[in-house]
Design a protein around this ligand. Structure first.
Ligand code: CUA
Length: 450
């Protein structure tokens, strides 16, 4: 008897929970309403079976409970009942499977007029490629991937010259236009999933997979990697921004092509030296950093990282948070570099400065710091040298007080909470490795030994 009560409560509880639950589908933002329909059908079929079977079980437990002297009748076959049960089950299973066949048929048949966007996954971020004016992607090969050629482009392929390479984790697509995402992985299995679009697909190293959709809502939709792909899998996020067609066109027009990227001249260190005078006031003549002025060491820091930070300061992606006291000081200074060429020049000058290790100012438990650093080493390197492919800057030999403050800023969301700061956001998620001030000091003390 108690078992029957439990079963009835289970059924009632499940139904009530379903009706009151705040968890519903995220709002659909693509053409794939048929997928929601398929899920709904499956829910109603399985839900009805769940309720009926459990209530029937409870009924049997009550009705046929033990009574002294009662005897069961033996009835091994019941043709009529079996026919009914088989027919109902067949209809239920068919109802669940049939819509899926229609969805799959339209999923594998991409509309002719779909625009193509390539999404490239790697541990642990996304980049994108658009085919450019000719509508054709250039050849790529994993063997050609280097720091300077992260997409593995073939420099001799004419189709690739006008390909647009997007190094940020944000892809733009036009509203109400079918989009085919070609999916490619550089390393391990990943999965391209946008909840609002409903469709998702694995990225498999060595092959190209795809999915397609027609975005039906304007907005910014988060891409999640939904395939466990290593220690920072949970930080592998990006966004698809759905624009009005004219906004999309102007965004595309602002991107640079592979040919333009490869032609970009290196910065001019002599011109940059004059510009660096402004920086030197706080960061020191040799870019050695000055703690009293809260300016970290620049000499020896990776150029691509300095460039991105300067661009972030200029665009308000960094140094705009209300509590980022020192970032707010830096932002107007970065704005004195009028364009990318000026940034390149200053960085070319910084490259010529002597790289002496910054003095140690942070003390802590090196042994504990070593343990904590294991997680960091996946991206920043075992020696804290920084790894460009991971978008992780150098940490060893740089200003340790600055590292400590940035870890704290990341943890507090003072840095890395801007929507466009994907790598900062990623670091914000990882900064939880150092839970408190002591852990931060231990970690930085260990980095000082590298
Ligand atoms: Cu990539 Cu999970």
């Amino acid at each position: 008897m108690p078992l029957a009560v439990v079963l009835i409560l289970l059924v009632v509880g499940s139904v009530v929970f379903h009706l009151l639950s705040p968890w519903t589908f995220t709002e659909l933002a693509s053409n794939w309403g048929l997928i929601d329909f398929t899920i709904d059908v499956t829910f109603w079929v399985t839900g009805t079976v769940f309720v009926l079977v459990n209530l029937f079980l409870a009924y049997c437990i009550i009705k046929f409970r033990y009574k002294k002297g009662a005897r069961a009748t033996y009835e091994p076959e019941n043709k009529k009942l079996e026919t009914w049960l088989t027919a109902i089950t067949a209809v239920g299973v068919a109802a669940m499977l049939a819509p899926g066949l229609f969805v799959w048929a339209s999923f594998v048949n991409v509309p002719e007029d779909a625009i193509e966007v390539e999404a490239v996954g790697q541990q642990w971020h996304w980049t994108f490629r658009y085919p450019g004016d000719d509508g054709k992607f250039g050849e790529v090969d994993a063997e050609r991937i280097t720091d300077e050629n992260p997409f593995g482009m073939d420099p001799d392929d004419p189709n690739g010259q006008d390909d647009i390479l997007v190094y940020s984790a944000e892809a733009h697509v036009p509203l109400d236009t079918p989009v085919k995402f070609l999916l490619r992985s550089k390393d391990v299995l990943h999965d391209f999933a946008v909840a609002q679009f409903r469709v998702k697909m694995d990225l498999v190293p060595g092959m190209e997979t795809f999915l397609w959709l027609t975005p039906t809502k304007l907005g910014r939709f988060e891409i999640l990697c939904e395939e466990l792909c290593g220690i920072a899998h949970h930080t592998m996020r990006g966004a698809v921004v759905v624009d009005e067609p004219e906004d999309y066109a102007s965004w595309i027009a602002k991107q640079s092509t592979w040919a333009q990227d490869s032609m970009k001249a290196a910065g001019n260190a002599q011109v940059g030296a004059a510009q660096f005078a402004v920086c030197a006031a706080c960061h020191g003549q040799q870019g050695e950093g000055m703690q009293a002025l809260n300016a970290p060491k620049l000499a020896g820091q990776s150029s691509w990282y300095l460039k991105r930070q300067l661009q972030n300061y200029k665009s308000g992606t960094r140094g705009a948070h209300a509590d980022d006291v020192f970032g707010k000081q830096m932002a107007p200074m970065a704005a004195t570099l009028v364009n990318d060429a000026a940034i390149d020049n200053v960085i070319a000058h910084i490259e010529t400065l002597p790289d002496n290790p910054a003095p140690s100012t942070v003390a802590g438990d090196v042994g504990n710091g070593e343990k904590l650093y294991r997680v960091c080493s996946y991206c920043h390197g075992a020696d804290g040298q920084g790894i460009r492919a991971m978008n992780a800057p150098r940490a060893a030999g740089m200003s340790d007080w600055y590292l400590a403050r940035q870890l704290e800023n990341f943890r507090e969301g003072i840095r890395g909470s801007h929507l466009s700061d994907y790598y900062g956001f990623q670091m914000g998620l990882m900064a939880s490795v150092a839970r408190d001030e002591k852990a931060i000091n231990d970690l930085v003390a260990y980095i000082n030994t590298l």
